[in-house]
Ligand binder design. Sequence first.
Ligand code: HT7
Ligand code: ZN
Length: 874
Amino acid sequence: GQIVNLADYRPTDFVLERVDLTFELDPTNTKVDARLIFHRREGVDAKAPLVLDGDELKLSGLLFDQREVPASQYDVTPELLTIRDLPAEAPFEITVTTYINPEANTQLMGLYRTNGIYCTQCEAEGFRRITYFPDRPDVLAPYTITIIGDKAANPVMLSNGNFLGGAGYDEGRAFAAWFDPHPKPSYLFALVAGDLGVIEDKFVTMSEREVTLKIYVEHGKEDRAAYAMDALKRSMKWDEERFGREYDLDIFQIVAVSDFNMGAMENKGLNVFNDKYVLADPATATDQDYANIEAIIAHEYFHNWTGNRITCRDWFQLCLKEGLTVYRDHEFSADMRSRAVKRIAEVRHLKSEQFPEDAGPLAHPVRPTVYREINNFYTTTVYEKGSEVTRMIATLLGADGFKAGMDLYFERHDGDAATVEDFVKCFEDANGRDLSQFSRWYHQAGTPLVSVSTAYDAGTFTLTLEQTIPATPGQTTKEPMHIPLSFALILDNGSIAEPASVSGGEVSGDILHLTERSQTFVFTGISSRPVLSLNRSFSAPINLAFDQPTEDLVHIARHDTDLFSRWQALNDLAVPNLIQATSDARDGKPVTVDPAFIAALLEAAADAKLEPAFRAQALTLPSEADIARELGCNNNPDAIHAGRQAVLAAIAEAGCDTFLALSEEMRVEGAFKPDAASAGKRSLRNAALGYLAFAENTPARAAEAFAKADNMTDLAQALTLLTHRFPASAEAKDALETFAKRFADNPLVIDKWFLIQATIPGEDSISRVKTLMEDEKFNASNPNRVRSLVGAFAFSNATGFNRADGEGYRFLAAQILAIDPKNPQLAARILTSMRSWRSLESARADHARAALMEIERAPQLSTDVRDIVERMLK
Ligand code: HT7
Ligand code: ZN
C-alpha cells in the first residue's frame, strides 16, 4: 500500500532481454520456473542490485547462469527479491523457481482455477503473484512458454503467441509450448489450461495472411459462442479499414471463464473473457447482452494495437490504452449500429457513471499523478472520459487530421511503452497544432460547467460563454480548458442559419472553440431570432447551465438535424419537470407535468420517420440517479422516486393511445435476430408496455407479454415490469418462479433474476436481497453473482439502498467486510456505489458516514478497500 507518484518514474536498472517460463500444473502446487535474461542498462551503477517484485510468493530456487545463488547474495520477502553482485555489462541468466496454489487464489489475480480451468489475470500487477519479476509495463520481452500438465485433465493448454508444439510428456502428462515474438510487458501474459470446448474459424488479413480464430468455452456451450466469433471477424476487418491495423500472429484465441473480476482481458493473442461477454443465444441473451458482446470483443481485439503493440510506460498512462480503445470500440459500434442511438447511450452512461465520479470524493484526472492502489484506477474517468478526450481530439482536427495523428502514433511508437505526452505530440506534429491548452483535459479533474447567455438584436446574435471547473480532491484552482462546442443556429423554419460573419473567437465549421474563462461570440447576418443548439453530439463532456425556454427546446427536439441534440432537448425538457415533481412529492403536493413537455415526448414517440431505437430512448426519462445529480445536494431518494413515478404516470395517461398503437406496430415477427433494427423495435415496444402498465394499472398486459415472450429481451423486460410495478401481485410471483425454474441451470440468466429482484424499489428490498443470498443458486465467491445481487442493489436501487434508517449502508458495509478478505478488487469496486454519499440529505448522509467509518475501523482491510474508504471520507 505505498503511495506511487508519477514524478518518481525512472526506467529499470536492468533490461530484460528474454523470458522463458515453464509451468508444471497442479491444482494446489504449480511449479513455475522463470528463466530471465537481463543486462545492466548503460550508465547504471555497477553495484545496483536487481530488484524483482513478488506478491505472496515463496522462493524455492534461485540460479545465476544455472548455478545456485548463495544466500549471501540475495534478500527475499514475499514481496521482493533483491539480488546483488551481478555483472556490470554482460547479459546473464537468472532462474527463479516458485510454487503457487491456483486453487486457493480467490483474488482472481495471478494464476487461479475456475470451474476446473487454470486461468491467469495479470493486469495490472498479477504477474508478480506467479513469479518474482520486474512487473511493470515498461519492461518488454519476447516470451517462450512451456506448460506441462495432466493429459486427461488438460487437453487444452494455451499461452500467448504462436503454437510451437506439444505432445505426450511422460506417463500421464502432456506438454505444450508457445512463443510470442512480440515484446510485451508481463501484464499481457496469459495461460489457460483445462478441458474446454472450442469453435474455430479463420480470417484472411489485408495482406492475405490466414489467421486461425478459436473461441474456447465450457463443453456444451459452443453454440452460444457464434455471435462472439462473428463480432471478432467484423472487428478485425473494421480495424483494417478504419485504422489500417492488421493482426500480427498466426492465431487469435479467446477463452470464456465464469469467474472473472472485470469484463475481459486483452492478453496478447489470448484474450480471456468473463463468459457473460461471450455467450449468447436468443433464449438466454438480451439485445443489450448482444451489444455488449460486440463492443467488448471489439475493445479487447483493438487493444492488440492500442495497448499491446504500443503499451503504457507506467500505470499513470492507463488512459493511453483504455481511453483510446474505448473511443475505438465506440466508433466500431456506431458503424455497426445506429450512430445517433449509440451516442445517446454513451452519453447516458457517461453522465450516470463518470459525472458523479468527477463530482465526488473519488474524482481524479484522466491521467492521474498519484495512486495508492492501481486496481482502483480502472475507472470510468480513465475509460469513458478518456474516450471523450480522444473524441475531442478528432473533433478539433477533423477526420483527416485525426487519422494523420493516429498513423504517426502507430509508426513512431510501435513497440514502445509510451506516455500521454507522446500520444498528444503525434497529433501536434502531424497537424502543426499546439495542443498544450487542450492537454488540460488529461490533467484537470472535474466536469467543466459552461454557462450560456444569448441575445438577439437586428440581425446580430450574441453568445456569451463562461467556463468554470469545480474544485476536486487535491486540485483547488483550475486553468481554462479548450472546449470544442458543436453548435447550430436553428431558424423558425427549421433550417440552419449561415452567419455573414463571426467574431469573438475561433469558429471552424460548426465548432466553436471556447478557450477563455469568458468569451463572447457575435454572429451577424441572422435573419430572425435563432434557437441555439449547443454541444451537439455531446462534442465536449461538460455540463451546460443554459436556461433555454421550453419553446426553444421543443423547436430543437423537432428540427435539429443532429439526432443526439433532439434527444438532449427532450431530456432538458424532462429535467425541470422531474425536479418539480421531486419537490412536490417531498411536500406531499400533487405532481403536475408541463403539457408542452408531454406533447414533445409523444410527438417523438409517434414519429414514424424516426428510427424506433431513437424513439425508445426519447421515452426513457432521466433515471433517479440522473435526477439526483441534477439536484446536486440534499437528496431524498424516496421523493425522487415518487416524483418520477408520478411523471411517468402523467405521460402514460396522456399517451395511452400512442402506447397502445406502438405495442402492436412494434411487434417483431419471425425468428429472433440480434441486429440493431430488430432490437430497436423491441425496445420501443417494451417502452410502450412500460407506460401502459402505468396507464392501466394492472399486471395483466405485462403477464401476457411474459407468457408470450420468445426471446430473453422481451422476457426479462416483462419480468422487470411485473416485479417492479406490481411486486405484490400473484403474476409477479408466478413469473419469478417460472423464470427461475426455466433457467436454473444457466447462472448467467439467473444473474438477471437476481438483478431484477435486487432492484425492486422500496424498503423491503434489503430483506429480499438477504433472502436471495441464501438461495442455493447464489455463490458468494463468483463475482458475477455478487455484482448481480449486492452490486445491483447498491448501485441501482436508490430507494432500497438509501433507506432512511441507514440499514442499506450498514448492510453494504457488512458485505464489503465479508467480500474483502476473498476478493479485495471486487469489494473495493462495489464500495464505490457510495461515492455520492455527501449529496444525500443530512440524516441519510450521517448514516452513510457511520457505515463508511465502520469499514475504515476494521482491523484487516485490503489496500484496495482502505484506499477507497479513506478517499471517500476525506
Ligand atoms: N485491460 C483490462 C483491464 C482488466 C483488469 C484490470 C484489473 C484487474 C482485473 C482486470 N481484468 C481486466 C480490460 C480492458 O480494459 O480491456
Ligand atoms: Zn481496455
